[in-house]
Design a protein around this ligand. Structure first.
Ligand code: NAP
Length: 300
């Protein structure tokens, strides 16, 4: 059996179409235009390309969008002042600070200064807590993207065995919290394995998984004999394993031994092209939710 590929770009495009309709309706019925500011400190090429892509998508969806570029020498106090300005700006519903920040700046201090209702990355401890107790308006982008991929390919995870490999604050832990929610699109039995899990036990847990979500940062880690026949495998990993002689570009691999695992799974995300394309779209979804929250159209 060869697995059906879950194509992130196609799912993301579908969600953006849905969002565009929602944005048009928010404008027409409620006179609300979702507003997003992306703050870039310095000129790291990777960060520049990320914020450019985020702004482009925001523009295509008809958002009010602001790109705020700051020099790498900006003082922490000045950056905090800028966050405060956007916290108070009623036209801005989502504030995104592109990471990494220069070493002279305390990243957590900056992220925690963002109004939790405008924290569209959902990294603020208030949002982390809200998600855990099931009272939230938006979810961290990467695990939220994984949930969309699962629901729109495999189907509702309700009652299924979900195993998450990895427990980072940005992927593994929120993924566990999302899949645990007593809500449609979740309500699963969730296990999380990590470096504290003995390897033989980890393999046993993975073999039980109807849905296996891997975010370990170890190239081609999950082997075919760890995967249940017919499982849905979501590979979050993005690892550079070399440089292509032909193109000079990085060769990427996920955390799953794709070629072997695809013969066992029923659904699988490729790397690249699986989870990656979802992240920016989920950021846009969060900004729409933040705009609705600010307008009182939804409540936490
Ligand atoms: P991270 O912060 O390094 O966390 C990795 C997690 O995996 C940790 O909890 C670690 O356990 C666990 N782990 C590491 N080696 C393991 C092993 N051999 N067996 C079991 N567990 C192991 O990484 P992350 O930020 O979660 O990212 C994970 C991967 O996803 C990376 O490849 C990253 O590039 C990728 N990523 C992709 C996207 C995207 O949009 N596609 C977004 C974010 C991340 P301990 O806690 O015990 O150390």
């Amino acid at each position: 059996m060869s697995a059906k590929l879950i194509k992130g770009a196609e799912v993301a495009a579908q969600i953006r179409d849905e969002l565009k309709k929602e944005v048009d309706e928010l404008k027409a019925k409620h006179n609300i235009t979702p507003g997003l500011v992306t703050i870039l400190v310095g000129e790291d090429p990777g960060s520049v390309s990320y914020v450019t892509a985020k702004q482009k998508t925001a523009h295509e969806l008809g958002f009010y969008s602001v790109q705020d570029n700051q020099p790498p020498t900006i003082a922490e106090a000045e950056l905090l002042g800028l966050i405060e300005k956007y916290n108070k700006d009623p036209k801005i519903h989502g504030i995104l600070v592109q990471l990494p920040l220069p070493k002279t700046i305390d990243t957590n201090k900056v992220l925690y200064a963002i109004d939790p209702n405008k924290d569209v990355d959902a990294f603020h401890p208030v949002n982390v807590g809200r998600i855990l107790i099931g009272q939230y308006a938006f979810l961290p982008c990467t695990p939220a993207g994984c949930q969309e991929l699962i629901v729109r390919s495999f189907g509702d995870p309700k009652g299924k065995e979900v195993v998450v490999v990895g427990r980072s604050n940005i992927v593994g832990k929120p993924m566990v919290a999302i899949m645990l929610q007593k809500l449609p699109g979740a309500n699963a039995t969730v296990t999380c394995v990590h470096t504290g899990t003995p390897k033989d036990r980890m393999i046993e847990h993975c073999r039980r998984a109807d849905i296996l979500i891997v975010a370990a940062g170890v190239p081609k880690y999950v082997q075919a004999d760890w995967v249940k026949e017919g499982a849905c495998v979501i590979d979050v990993g993005v690892n550079r394993i070399g440089i292509s002689e032909k193109t000079g570009k990085a060769i990427l691999a996920g955390d799953v031994d794709f070629d072997a695992v695809k013969e066992k799974a029923a659904f699988i995300t490729p790397v690249p092209g699986g989870v990656g394309p979802m992240t920016i779209t989920m950021l846009m979804k969060n900004t729409v939710m933040a705009a609705k929250l600010a307008a009182g159209l939804i409540k936490i």
